[in-house]
Design a protein around this ligand. Structure first.
Ligand code: ATP
Ligand code: MG
Length: 418
């Protein structure tokens, strides 16, 4: 028989590593709530058309990375490669703006992209995703960025860099893209095959190219900062002013265009040198045209998505061992029922309790308790049963005492808290 294996590019998050995940999820919930965000959970699959229209047919995600298949009735379905499109679909379909004109939501969950798997790059990975709708003032851009950084800090990430750019809007970007295309056509033969194709399909993506031979040419290309319209320029100036006012350091990069078509104005990314080539921890920006493009009202939007695998990789590993307050040891078969009752009652009282119900020897039960890191062992043998007590062993000091059945829970609480 062949061994069954996980699908290439997917990974199991094992019990030993899950505590870091719990931590970053808990931090998201408490921190985002302070900024007025509530959680939204949308399906992991949607109609393919949503992503094609939302993300853009010429982006790498849609052109190369989506898990798309025909459903049994012939409908084309895609596993979500990112969260924004599904959330926007929900906002429109469920009229979420009617109840809350300044809608702030976040989502946590798996995304799917068929990329070449490598360290920090998987085919199923997880994102924390944040979206704010209906707010257009630059101070909301700054708030979103500030919250992203506060989140990283609260998770325990010490070193990272914020990279910032403005990609203009529907008014000024087309002229820039044309200027870029004209310039690129001139140097086309010297560019990599991907970039040659992008000249016609999506010239902005050339700025994202990492092929070493292309870099000198790319550095000499026209810059978006010289093509922004007055509104975009003012917006960006105010974003920068407020970031500086709040003491938030950033590096400007005219090449930060992001991989999705829907971005307008502010784009940002947080990178960490410690991640190697997959150095982006989170990325986001404004997408003022997206809700309308997908058939909704003319509503602004801004958000970011953070890669949870990459964040976990960067955090100091502090895995909590399994907690075991009490190990219940039935030393004779007749003690089993009383042991089961005690186990249930102590669990109801809030203790973490384990026992051996396989009828093993005293010695092997003590070994097991030790291995589990049990703080106390409650033992019940013939003698204890006759007298209505438990022998309670403190595994730290190895001292023993006898405690009456009905006093055990209160006694344990006192000992564990004391
Ligand atoms: P990259 O340049 O690394 O491919 P991206 O621009 O495709 O990133 P986004 O689509 O903006 O990334 O997603 C936001 C974040 O999600 C990234 O910063 C990264 O941390 C994480 N991420 C993206 N793709 C993957 C993947 N295949 N595996 C693990 N994490 C990922
Ligand atoms: Mg990518």
């Amino acid at each position: 028989m062949t061994t069954l294996r996980a699908i290439t590019g997917t990974r199991d998050i094992l019990p030993e590593e899950v505590s870091a995940w719990h931590r970053i999820e808990a931090v998201a919930r408490t921190l985002f709530a302070r900024y007025g965000y509530r959680e939204i959970r949308t399906p992991v699959f949607e109609m393919t058309e949503l992503f094609a229209r939302g993300i853009g047919a010429e982006t790498d995600i849609v052109a190369k990375e989506m898990y798309t298949f025909d459903d049994r009735d012939g409908a084309s379905i895609t596993l979500r490669p990112e969260a924004t499109a599904g959330i926007v679909r929900s906002v429109i379909e469920r009229n979420l703006m009617n109840t809350d004109p300044a809608l702030k939501v976040y989502a946590v969950g798996p995304m799917f992209r068929r990329e070449r798997p490598q360290k920090g790059r998987y085919r199923q990975f997880h994102q924390v995703d944040v979206e704010a709708f209906g707010l257009s003032h630059p101070s909301i851009d700054v708030e979103v960025i500030e919250m992203a950084l506060a989140y990283l800090e609260a998770c325990g990430l010490a070193r990272f860099e914020l990279v910032l750019n403005s990609v203009g809007d529907a008014k000024c970007r087309p002229a820039y893209v044309e200027a870029l295309r004209t310039e690129l056509r001139r140097s086309a033969p010297k560019l990599c095959a991907d970039c040659q194709r992008r000249i016609e399909t999506n010239p902005l993506r050339v700025l994202d190219c990492k092929v070493p031979e292309d870099q000198a040419i790319i550095e000499g290309l026209p810059r978006i900062s010289d093509h922004l319209c007055t509104e975009c320029r003012d917006h960006f100036a105010e974003v920068r002013r407020e970031l500086e006012m709040l003491g938030i350091a950033y590096r400007l990069s005219h090449r930060l265009v992001r991989g999705l078509d829907y971005y307008t104005r502010t784009t940002f990314e947080v990178v960490s040198g410690e991640l190697g080539s997959q150095n982006s921890v989170l990325g986001g920006g404004r997408y003022d045209g997206l809700v309308k493009d997908l058939g909704g009202p003319d509503l602004t939007g801004i958000g970011f998505a953070l890669g949870m695998e990459r964040l976990v990789m960067l955090l100091p590993g502090a895995d909590e061992p399994r907690r075991c307050d009490v190990f219940v040891a039935a030393l004779v078969p007749a003690a089993l029922d009383r042991a089961l009752l005690l186990q249930r009652d102590l669990r109801r009282a809030g203790f973490s309790v384990l026992m051996d119900s396989e009828g093993r020897s005293f010695k092997s039960q003590m070994k097991r308790a030790d291995k589990l890191g049990a703080r106390f062992v409650a033992m019940l043998g013939e003698d204890e049963m006759a007298r209505g007590v438990w022998t309670l062993r403190d595994m730290r000091g190895s001292s023993q005492e006898q405690v009456r059945d009905e006093a055990l829970a209160a006694h344990l609480r006192e000992r564990l808290n004391g």
